[in-house]
Ligand binder design. Structure first.
Ligand SMILES: Nc1ncnc2c1ncn2[C@@H]1O[C@H](COP(=O)(O)OP(=O)(O)O)[C@@H](O)[C@H]1O
Ligand SMILES: [Mg+2]
Length: 541
C-alpha cells in the first residue's frame, strides 16, 4: 500500500507533511493541489524526517498548496531513467524531455506535467552478447544496441546486488525500452526480468566497476593555454571561477565542442536562459570535429535555467552526473560541464534557510563543502568489470559575486578539484580570451607537453618578467640604473621571446624604450606561449 500524508505547513517551496507508514530520506512524493477542478500533482522530495513529519522540497511553484492537501509517496528515491535514447535529448532538472513537453503544453510549461524521459514507443535494435548460463553482476553487458555512433551497452541493472545467472536473452531484434530483453536468476533461484531501461537514484554514485584508477591521460581541449599550462586529465575535475561576463560560459562551450571525449553532458544550472538557447540553436548545426555529424548526436543537455524552479537545480546537477556515469559504464569518456555550480549552491542556501539550520559562512549551509566534494568525487577514471576503461571528467563554473574568489563556493570547490582555471576581469576587459590568468592558476595534472620543456619554464619566465616590472618602472625614472636594468631585461627577453616581433623591436629601439618593452612583456610572453610562436614544434597540432 502506498504511503500518504497531509500537508501541515507550507513555507515557500518547502512543505511539512505528516505521513502514515514508511518513508525514506530523498523519497519522492507528489503534493496534490486542486486547481480549476483538476488536481495537479507536484513532484517533491523528502529532505528531512522528524518522527512523523517529513520536510519536503517541492520542485514546482507551490501557489495554491494548502494545509490539509494530500501527499502521495511513490516509494522511490529521486532517480533518473537510463537507457538508449538519452543522447541528443534536452531535459529539464527532473529529466522531463523539454521538446516533447513543449509539444504537449506549448511554450509556457505547466506545473505538474511530467513525461517519460525515454521514449516508450521507439524501437532499438538489440543484439544479445550474454549467453544462457553466464554468471554476471551489476554493470556487466547483456547485449548492445546502436545509438548514434556508439554501441550502447544494455547492462545488468545497477541496483541488482550479487551474482546472477543468465536464464535467457531475447533474440536479436527491435524492442522498446520497456520490453523484456533478458531474464536473470539470482542465487536464491528467483527470476528477474531485465529491460533496456533502468532507474538509478541520482544522489548515489554508480559503483559497478572493478576499480578506480588514477587519472593519467590528458583530456585535450584544443584550447592551447589550457592544454599547455593547466591541463585537465580524463577522469579529473576542474573549475572555472570568474566574474560575470569573463567568459566562463563561452570557455565551456568551446570545450564541449573540441574536447577529446566521446560524450558531453551539459548541465545548465540556474544561468540565464538566453545562453542555453544559444547552445540549443547552435549544437544541432555544428559538425562534430571528430565524426562530421552534428554535435548534438553525442550531447545530452540538462537545462534548468534561472526562470525555472530553483529547487530543481539540485536535481539537475545530480541527474547530469548520473547520466554521465551511466555512459562511463559503457567504456566511454564522458565530459560533464556544469554552469554554474554557484546557482546550485544558492538553491542549497535557500533550502537550508527554510529548514532553519544554523548557517555557515555567507549563510550557505555548514555542509556545503562536503556536498560539493561529493559531487566532484563522482568524476573519475575507472576500470570496468570487462577490463575496458571509462571516465567522467567534471568541469564546473563558479560565479562568485564581483569575482571574489574568497567566497565559500569557490573555496570549497578549490579544495577538491584538480585544476583551477580562474578567469580574470583584467584579461577579459583587455579581450584576451580565454581570460585565464597565467600566474595565479594551477593544475595538478600532467600536460601533453613535457613539463620540463614548456609549462614550468614559461611560467617561470613570466614570473621573472613580472618581477622585473618594478625594476623597469624604476628605470624609467632613474636613467643611471638603466644600463644594468637593460642588461637584465635583455637576457630575460632573449630567453623569453627570441621568436617574437617584440624582440626585433627591442633590439632596434633606444634604451629608454627597452625598459618599457620589458615591463610590457609579462602579458605578451604568455600570449606568445599561447599562440604557439614560443614553442612552435611542440604545439604544432
Ligand atoms: N573565448 C572567447 N573569445 C571571444 N569572446 C569571448 C570569449 N569568451 C568570452 N567572450 C566574450 O565575453 C562575453 C561574455 O562571456 P560569457 O561566457 O557569457 O561570460 P560568463 O559566463 O562568465 O558570464 C561573450 O559574450 C563574448 O563576447
Ligand atoms: Mg555564463
Amino acid at each position: 500500500m502506498e504511503t500518504t500524508g497531509k500537508i501541515v505547513g507550507v513555507n515557500g517551496n518547502m512543505i511539512t507533511v505528516a505521513f502514515d507508514g514508511a518513508v525514506a530520506q530523498n523519497e519522492v512524493g507528489y503534493a496534490c493541489v486542486g486547481q480549476d477542478g483538476t488536481v495537479q500533482r507536484l513532484m517533491s522530495e523528502i529532505v528531512r524526517i522528524r518522527s512523523r513529519l517529513a520536510d519536503m522540497q517541492v520542485f514546482e511553484d507551490t501557489r495554491g498548496l494548502q494545509v490539509g492537501d494530500a501527499v502521495i509517496f511513490n516509494g522511490h528515491l529521486l532517480s533518473a531513467e537510463l537507457g538508449p535514447g538519452l543522447l541528443k535529448q534536452i531535459y529539464d532538472g527532473l529529466q522531463n524531455p523539454l521538446p516533447q513537453l513543449a509539444a504537449q503544453c506549448g511554450f509556457f510549461l505547466q506545473r505538474g506535467t511530467y513525461l517519460h524521459a525515454l521514449n516508450r514507443t521507439s524501437k532499438w535494435d538489440f543484439t544479445p552478447t550474454a549467453k544462457p548460463g553466464d554468471r554476471l553482476t551489476a554493470g556487466e553487458t547483456l547485449g548492445t544496441v546502436p545509438e548514434g555512433i556508439f554501441k550502447h551497452r544494455i547492462m545488468v541493472p545497477f541496483v541488482l546486488r550479487g551474482a546472477f545467472t543468465v536464464k535467457n536473452t531475447a533474440p536479436a531484434g527491435a524492442y522498446t525500452v520497456e520490453q523484456e530483453v533478458a531474464v536473470l536468476t539470482d542465487s536464491e533461484g528467483k527470476d528477474h526480468s531485465v529491460t533496456m531501461m533502468q532507474r538509478w537514484p541520482v544522489k548515489l554514485p554508480v559503483t559497478c566497476f572493478a576499480e578506480r584508477l588514477m587519472p593519467a591521460d590528458t583530456m585535450t581541449t584544443r584550447i592551447r593555454p589550457v592544454d599547455t599550462f593547466f591541463p585537465v586529465a580524463l577522469g579529473g575535475t576542474y573549475c572555472i571561477p570568474g566574474p560575470f561576463g569573463a567568459g566562463k560560459t563561452v570557455l565551456q562551450q568551446i570545450t564541449s565542442r573540441y574536447a577529446d571525449v566521446d560524450i558531453v553532458v551539459l548541465a545548465a544550472c540556474g544561468e540565464r536562459a538566453g545562453e542555453v538557447v544559444e547552445t540549443l540553436r547552435e549544437f544541432p548545426e555544428l559538425a562534430d570535429p571528430r565524426t562530421g555529424k552534428t554535435l548534438m548526436d553525442r550531447t545530452v543537455i540538462i537545462c534548468n535555467t534561472s526562470s525555472m524552479p530553483v529547487a530543481a537545480r539540485e536535481a539537475s546537477v545530480y541527474t547530469a552526473v548520473t547520466i554521465a556515469s551511466y555512459y562511463r559504464q559503457m567504456g566511454l569518456n564522458v565530459l560533464l560541464l556544469a554552469d554554474s555550480t554557484s546557482r546550485w549552491a544558492q538553491a542549497l542556501r535557500e533550502l537550508s534557510g527554510r529548514l532553519e539550520e544554523i548557517p555557515g559562512e555567507e549563510a550557505f549551509p555548514a555542509y556545503l563543502e562536503s556536498l560539493i566534494a561529493n559531487f566532484y568525487e563522482r568524476a573519475g577514471l575507472v576500470r570496468l568489470k570487462d577490463g575496458t576503461t571509462g571516465s567522467v571528467t567534471i568541469g564546473g563554473t563558479v560565479s562568485p559575486a564581483g569575482g571574489n574568489f574568497d567566497e565559500p563556493v569557490t573555496q570549497a570547490t578549490l579544495k577538491v578539484v584538480g585544476a583551477f582555471h580562474g578567469l580574470s576581469r583584467a584579461r577579459s576587459d583587455a579581450r584576451r580570451f580565454p581570460a585565464i590568468d597565467p600566474l595565479e592558476r594551477w593544475s595538478k595534472y600532467k600536460s601533453i607537453i613535457e613539463q620540463e620543456r614548456v609549462p614550468k619554464r614559461a611560467i617561470e619566465e613570466l614570473r621573472s618578467a613580472e618581477s622585473l616590472k618594478p625594476l623597469a618602472d624604476l628605470g624609467m625614472r632613474n636613467p643611471i640604473k638603466l644600463d644594468e636594468i637593460g642588461r637584465i631585461c635583455e637576457s630575460a627577453v632573449r630567453q623569453v621571446c627570441a621568436q617574437h616581433p617584440l624582440h626585433e623591436q627591442y633590439l632596434e629601439t633606444s634604451r629608454a624604450n627597452r625598459a618599457r618593452i620589458a615591463s610590457e612583456l609579462s602579458g605578451p610572453v604568455y600570449d606568445l606561449a599561447v599562440s604557439g610562436n614560443y614553442f612552435p614544434e611542440s604545439l604544432a597540432a
